[in-house]
Ligand binder design. Structure first.
Ligand code: AMP
Ligand code: MG
Length: 473
């Protein structure tokens, strides 16, 4: 059995915060994939990772399996108890770089938080999360990671019968805005205080000893989320289910349910089948994360000031500052995307004019920026290009430097929806994992053009306006 050097700090927190629960063994586990590089990063010998471990039939020594308690606003409605209903945290390791990381099984059987759910995951969504989360990481965007995927040999019952699978997910932690909400709504000030201390020590150690730790934490989470969501916007990523229970306090992308990358640029794009009103549309993501951060600030009121009105005043001031913080990150990112290192007053308008022209032309988001990086002059942008050239003339970089910069931030390859679906069908219907492997390989170096990978760079023949994604890993 592989030694996994567990050190389970969350399990040592009080019993109000989690419930001990073991994975439910399955019939016939088979390994699909082990992320060897990630295993090594975690200090684990990848050779020792087996199918039995990947589904939870075999618990590695030192694991203390728990389901974490959390609440959350789902599509704006507060649910006081959600919790890990299909995920079990095995424990934590301190990785080779000294960072504490969670190792969690997703789809390993019911927990006390499962409500009516079966605690299981279907193969398609497991492959989607593996591929898209690893692609996000390769794009340089903070995210949970995928360590292993395995099938269970059992069936899961959704709208149809599907093969079951388990994903081993790695995260800086699985602590969400909803984790804070769980204790706030119960007025459990003691657990909240411990959670606050845990999160600061774990994710923002520089804030220890801050004059007002809760306020410092709120600022830090706001900064992390501003950067994260601005990075999503820069690659056309739509999370799809930005509920407060899917907003990580560490600032990682978490929960790859109905997420998708857009092909044609349209700020109103929504893919999720359950997002009837477009709450989580591409263009709404910054406002939604601000809303989620406001919910976090409410849980911290008791720590911000002894006087409740004063606490509310402080929190409101901070949350109102979010748009400016976000816009700063967004602007910095999009400046790089159009090849600028200098800053001018008119840059925001210049970038907005590009996006407007792209929308008008129904241009492919990823390809447009990649073409510009290669010195292409898309005819649809004929009116915009002269303004850009005029601005570039005032930027200090050489053309070579500019190309290098632009190619390093404008990916050639993103997980295109039609290819993700094709990859899932091959695996689910034919047991063929070759498309999963080849797509994953290409997506590992998204900023480098690869021989023979043209298919992965191309948009779908038919635009994917009707593309729909579904919740429920
Ligand atoms: P999600 O949509 O993945 O963010 O999940 C929202 C909530 O539903 C979480 O508390 C999950 O644990 C729970 N959940 C989703 N699917 C299942 C399932 N198949 N079995 C049990 N709980 C589930
Ligand atoms: Mg979730």
């Amino acid at each position: 059995m592989t030694a996994i050097p567990f050190d389970n700090s969350y399990a040592r927190l009080p019993g109000t915060m989690h419930v001990g629960v073991a994975p439910t063994p399955v019939e016939a586990p088979r390994l699909i994939k082990v992320n060897e590089a990630l295993a090594r990063e975690l200090g684990i010998d990848p050779q020792g990772l087996t199918a039995e471990m990947a589904v939870g039939n075999l618990l590695p020594a030192g694991a203390t399996p728990i389901a974490q308690a959390y609440a959350g606003h789902q599509f704006g409605n507060f649910v006081p108890q959600l919790g890990d209903g299909r995920a079990i945290l095995l424990g934590e390791v301190v990785d080779q770089a000294g960072r504490r990381r969670d190792i969690q099984l997703k789809g390993s059987g019911p927990t006390p938080f499962s409500r009516r759910g079966d605690g299981r995951a279907a193969l398609g969504p497991v492959l989607r999360e593996y591929l898209v989360s690893e692609a996000m990481h390769a794009l340089g965007i903070p995210t949970t990671r995928a360590l292993m995927a395995a099938t269970t040999g059992e069936k899961v019952y959704r709208d149809r019968i599907l093969p079951g699978a388990v994903l081993t997910r790695v995260a800086a932690s699985h602590i969400r805005v909803g984790t804070f909400q769980f204790f706030a709504v119960r007025r459990d000030h003691d657990s909240l205080a411990l959670l606050l201390e845990h999160v600061i020590a774990r994710h923002y150690p520089d804030l220890r000893g801050a004059e007002n730790p809760a306020l410092a934490l709120l600022d830090a989470v706001m900064a992390a989320q501003a950067e994260l969501v601005s990075r999503w916007m820069q690659v056309g990523f739509i999370h799809g289910v930005m509920n407060t229970d899917n907003t990580s306090v560490s600032g990682e992308t978490i929960d790859y349910g109905p997420c998708a990358f857009m092909d044609v640029y349209d700020p109103a794009t929504v893919f999720s089948s359950i997002d009837e009103y477009g709450r989580y549309a591409y263009a709404n993501q910054p406002a939604i994360v601000q809303w989620n951060l406001a919910r976090l600030s409410e849980t911290l009121l008791g720590f911000l000031d002894a006087d409740r009105n004063e606490a509310i005043r402080i929190a409101t001031g901070r949350i109102e500052a979010f748009p400016a913080i976000y816009t700063g990150r967004w602007l910095a990112g999009f400046r790089r995307k159009i090849g600028l290192v200098s800053e001018e007053e008119g840059d925001l308008d210049l970038i907005q004019a590009l996006l407007d022209a792209m929308q008008q032309a129904r241009a492919d988001f990823t390809l447009t920026f990649r073409r510009l990086s290669r010195g292409g002059e898309p005819s649809a942008l004929a009116d915009w290009l002269p303004k850009w050239h005029e601005r570039l003339a005032r930027d200090p970089q050489t053309p070579e430097q500019r190309h290098a910069l632009m190619q390093s931030v404008n990916p050639a390859y993103i997980p295109r929806n039609h290819l993700v679906e094709e990859m899932i069908s091959a695996a689910v219907e034919q047991g063929d994992y070759a498309p999963f492997e080849s797509m994953l390989r290409v997506l590992m170096t998204p900023y480098a053009e690869q021989e023979g990978a043209e298919r992965y760079a191309a948009p779908p023949e038919e635009p994917d306006f009707a593309y729909r994604t579904f919740c429920g890993t």
